[in-house]
Structure formats: C-alpha cells, structure tokens
Design a protein around this ligand. Structure first.
Ligand code: ATP
Ligand code: MG
Length: 326
C-alpha cells in the first residue's frame, strides 16, 4: 500500500564556525501516493539534507527551524525516536549512495535478505526462494551460492543491487533513494532504474528519488523537483520539466544534455560558476549571480514559486515578464 509524503516549508540550518548555513529554505516537496518523484540539483544543493530531515537523521549541528513532513497522518518531525523507528521499520525504506550504509558486514547476505521478510508470513524455505529470485532480478549471478557470502565479498555495484533488493523486500509504502545509482556503471544504472520501475508497479509504493542525473530522473519519475542552493526553483510533471523548462537553471541543465532522454546515462555537466555560500544569502534570486538572463529585479527581489500551469511551478521573475510563460 503506497503512502504519500508532504514536505511543507522545510527550513534547515547547520551551525558552523563561519555562521549558520541556511541549507534548506522553505522547501515544498509533494510525493502523491503511488508516484515517483525525483529531486535533482548539483552537489551541495541540499538533496541529502532533505532526506536526512525526512528520516530524522540530521547531524547534531543541524536545526530544523521550520516546516512539517506529513506521512501517513503524522508530522514526522514531531514523532518520538521509538515512533520514528517503527515507521522506518514498517513503512519507509531507504537506499543510500553507499550501499555499505544499508548492509550488515557481519551477517551473510542471505540471512539479511531472509530477516527482512519477517512480515511476509512465508516459510523459511519460501523466504530463501524469494531472496534467490530477488538476487536474480537485480542481476546477481549464481545467487544460490552467493547467499552465504558477506558484503565484503561483493563489488560495490553488487552491494548496491543487494541493498536495493532488500529495501524493496521490506515492502515499504515509501522508498527513499539518495543517488543510489551514482556509483554504478551505465548499464547497471539502466537495470536498476528498470527494476525500481517494475517493483514500484508491483508493490505500489511511492518513491522519492534523489539524483544529479537528469537522464535517470527523466526515465524514472512522474514529477520532478529542481533544487538549487537549498530552494525549490522549479517543480512539475516530468514533461513540464523536460519539454518546457521554465527556470534558467533548469534550462542550463537541459541544454548541456543533448539526446538526454534517449541516453539515460549522461551526467549533469557543470554550469559556469558555483553554488553560492549559504551563510549570507543574497537579497534577490539565489541563482542571479550565475544567471545569463538576469535583470535588475533579480538582484533586488526574491522570486517566490508561482504556478504557471496546473502541474508546473517556477520561482523566476522571467515568468512575470513573459506574461506567465517562460
Ligand atoms: P551532494 O550531491 O554532494 O550529495 P547534496 O545536494 O546532497 O550534495 P547536502 O549534503 O544536503 O547537499 O548539503 C547542502 C548544504 O549543507 C551544503 O552547503 C553543505 O555544505 C551543507 N552541509 C551539509 N551537511 C552539513 C553539516 N553536517 N554541517 C555543515 N554543513 C553541512
Ligand atoms: Mg547528497
């Protein structure tokens, strides 16, 4: 059974020697039940901070200064540690960029894959069969023999496939994935994306998928949220973002990716300039210093997210200048 997720106004600071780092500001992300939502943005834009906030794993020096995270009728930010642990065990699975985060080094892969089916009502033999079948599906060769091995006996790519298999075997209502394919080669990446898609249809879970690979996002997701320097600068259905990108940042990402939809393996190119420091924020648009389309208002006034079609929102003054069209 899929559950939706509603991140509203999420605002997170990190305390640092150089001052408060305003890592997330007023971030809204809606994951409708049963949908796949992608969050895309360069390194340092706040993708992992969003995920850590949702699963309540922010580091010690982080402060959530605003917002709510709605899931299954609760605000996750209000839950006690035990309540949160229960939700994480029962309803939310997470896959990280580093698969070692999810795998237990001192328990065989097979044992871990059997443990995770504790809610399934299957017999031990059936669980073993499901584990073998799952390893097959994620492309582990000779899975029967490999069940008794430990994570250190597998390559990084293999471990990630196993971590994803395990996350899905827990039959979560929501799967959260933080750049799960970034460390994998292109062929594997395509396989993993296909697997996630198929499993999502079978299990009916929702997926929040974070990546800086636009191609993977295009291939996998229904909705896309473009995060830049801690703010949502654009969000929309995948066709809005890829066919009618409205924010200059999104357009820069697109332009550098010819044939992106056909070749899902390209990576985000670098755009001139850098993500700004987040201690002293500019008064105007956060992207203005890198934007080739900026005009006076961009440096003077912060653009709010505005609706430009039913499914499409953008935070850019150009949307006004052009009568609401990008
Ligand atoms: P990447 O693609 O590199 O994983 P990201 O989009 O996941 O990047 P975050 O890791 O969420 O970005 O970082 C967002 C901002 O918060 C960055 O400016 C980063 O330097 C800062 N930040 C993250 N973690 C901490 C921390 N523990 N202490 C201080 N600043 C942090
Ligand atoms: Mg990250």
């Amino acid at each position: 059974e899929a559950s939706g997720l509603q991140v509203r106004g999420l605002t997170v600071d990190y305390r640092s020697e150089g001052g408060r780092i305003h890592a997330l500001r007023n971030v809204d992300i809606e994951v409708p039940a049963g949908s796949i939502v992608g969050v895309v943005g360069e390194s340092g834009c706040g993708k992992s901070s969003v995920i850590s906030s949702i699963i309540r794993q922010l580091p010690e020096n982080a402060d959530v200064t605003g917002g709510t995270i709605g899931f299954g009728g609760n605000n996750l930010l209000d839950l006690s540690k035990p309540e949160m642990r229960r939700i994480m065990g029962d309803r939310i699975s997470v896959v990280f960029q580093n698969p070692m985060t999810s795998l237990n080094p001192i328990r065989s892969i097979g044992k871990q894959m059997i443990d995770i089916q504790y809610r399934s009502g299957r017999s031990k033999a059936e669980k073993r069969k499901v584990a073998i079948d799952m390893l097959n599906r994620v492309g582990v060769t000779d899975p029967e023999a490999r069940l008794d091995q430990y994570s250190y006996q597998f390559s990084g790519g293999m471990c990630q496939r196993i971590a994803i298999a395990m996350a899905l075997m827990a039959e979560p209502s929501l799967l959260i994935a933080d750049e799960p394919t970034t460390a994998l080669d292109a062929t594997l990446e395509v396989q993993i994306v296909d697997l996630l898609k198929n499993m999502q249809q079978e299990l009916g879970c929702s997926i929040l998928f974070v990546s800086h690979h636009l191609g993977v996002i295009a291939e996998l997701c229904d909705h896309v949220v473009v995060l830049y320097a801690g703010e949502v600068v654009e969000q929309g259905a995948v066709r809005d973002i890829f066919h009618r990108p409205a924010h200059p940042y999104t357009r820069r990402l697109m332009e550098c990716e010819p044939g992106m939809i056909e070749t899902v393996t390209r990576r985000l190119p670098s755009i001139a300039g850098e993500v700004p420091g987040l201690v002293n924020l500019p008064k105007g648009c956060i992207f203005a210093d890198r934007c080739t389309e900026r005009f006076a208002r961009c440096e003077a006034e912060h653009p709010e997210l505005q609706q430009i079609s039913d499914s499409h929102r953008v935070a850019c003054h150009l949307a006004d200048e052009n009568g609401g069209r990008p």
